[in-house]
Write a protein that binds this ligand. Sequence first.
Ligand SMILES: [Zn+2]
Length: 118
Amino acid sequence: MHCRYCGLDSSYKNGFVKGKQRYKCKNCGKNFQEKDGRTKGSTLTKQALAIALYTMCRASYNFLAKKIFKCSPTTIMNWIKKGAKTARMPKISDDIKELEFDEMWHFLERKENQRVFT
Ligand SMILES: [Zn+2]
């Protein structure tokens, strides 16, 4: 078994973690598992494309799942949620004092259950 960290084939079996075989590297001393549930690179690419289509092209979960990725809408929803959790907040320049969003005012006011400006 090749070490996940240093790449050398000098590991030995070192018990089980959650039912999966754990290995320990003789070279660097780190523990690792053969398949530890990390996401494949191709899946990361699909997730990035799904997030781009969802946010910029307004594609629905169902459209992305059935027409593009051939998976369940729940998978798409989980990808979008994961992307939202890891997204960084945009930096707003200090010289911007006021912003105006079309249609946002209407939505915010409706949530507050106050008078609606249209
Ligand atoms: Zn190692």
